[in-house]
Design a protein around this ligand. Structure first.
Ligand SMILES: C[S@@+](CC[C@H](N)C(=O)[O-])C[C@H]1O[C@@H](n2cnc3c(N)ncnc32)[C@H](O)[C@@H]1O
Length: 254
């Protein structure tokens, strides 16, 4: 874990086009690879409420949920509305503000910084391509292992194609491109399972609405921290304490 924000975190936090798109609730917005290839970012969908595909993902979550790179917070807000303990983290101020406006709890923090409830989260979400954060999937998986309780669940959205790409990108609205390129990764499910081999157990794999997902269960057997404080308390989600710790059904292939 580092206290120095990564290039990816700094780039998203300082990206005016991302900030502007979240505040407007719409794109166009892209990740532009250094060779010019554009990956569209679905800002409208992210700024809308949770859709049926999202809700199915949330049904599979167990216990207290940490949404890494929560963006404008539709998932955290939906979990809060269900009375679930959930925290979003994001490096973007506009994202955290939007999440709070929707009624979700969020912290402006990088996943690679110190976080509440380390080693005690029941589920971590990496949605909408967030497996790309930091541009080093192995390092991100290692970090997520440290956030989850032993046996905790990671649900990750993967790329529709069978890719394993580590790239350098800019965030752009296709008019202006500013700043240095930063590392990002795009992984299909096969590549994710390859990175997960040994440290994770496969807990599910499904496709819905053209989106692809994989669920992995941490095999880590490290003992949790001596503090008995549950993540939902540490994350100051006290209003939801005791209401639900295991609303989701177990993950299974569908
Ligand atoms: C591809 S977008 C996904 C958006 C999101 N899942 C949603 O529902 O809108 C990536 C998100 O991750 C955030 N992010 C990038 N690097 C991060 C980091 N190191 N830690 C936490 N969040 C990060 C960005 O600010 C952005 O909101």
């Amino acid at each position: 874990m580092s206290s120095v924000p990564s290039a990816t975190a700094l780039a998203w936090a300082a990206a005016d086009p991302y900030e502007a798109a979240l505040r407007a609730g719409r794109g166009p917005l892209f990740l532009r690879r250094t060779d010019g290839w554009l990956l569209p970012l679905e800002v409208e969908r992210w700024c809308a409420g949770a859709d049926p595909v999202d809700r199915d993902v949330l049904d599979r979550c167990e216990g207290a949920v940490l949404d890494v790179g929560c963006g404008p917070g539709r998932l955290v807000a939906e979990l809060a509305a269900r009375g679930r303990a959930a925290l979003g983290i994001d490096v973007s101020e506009a994202a955290v503000e939007h999440t709070a406006r929707l009624g979700g709890q969020a912290l402006r923090r990088s996943v690679f910084e110190q976080l509440p409830g380390e080693g005690r989260w029941d589920t971590v979400l990496l949605m909408d391509g967030n497996i790309g954060i930091g541009g080093d999937p192995r390092a991100l998986l290692e970090r997520v292992t440290g956030l989850l309780r032993p046996g905790g669940l990671l649900i990750a959205e993967t790329a529709p194609a069978d890719v394993d790409e580590r790239v350098r990108v800019h965030i752009t609205d296709a008019r202006a491109t500013t700043g240095d390129p930063f590392p990002w990764a795009r992984l299909g499910t096969r590549a994710l399972l390859r990175y997960a081999r040994g440290r994770w157990e496969r807990a599910g794999q499904w496709t819905a609405g053209g989106r692809h997902f994989a669920a992995l269960r941490s095999r880590s057997s490290r003992t949790t921290s001596s503090s008995a404080e549950p993540p939902k308390r540490t994350a100051v989600i006290s209003s939801q304490r005791g209401r639900n710790t295991s609303g989701g059904r177990p993950v299974a292939d569908r």
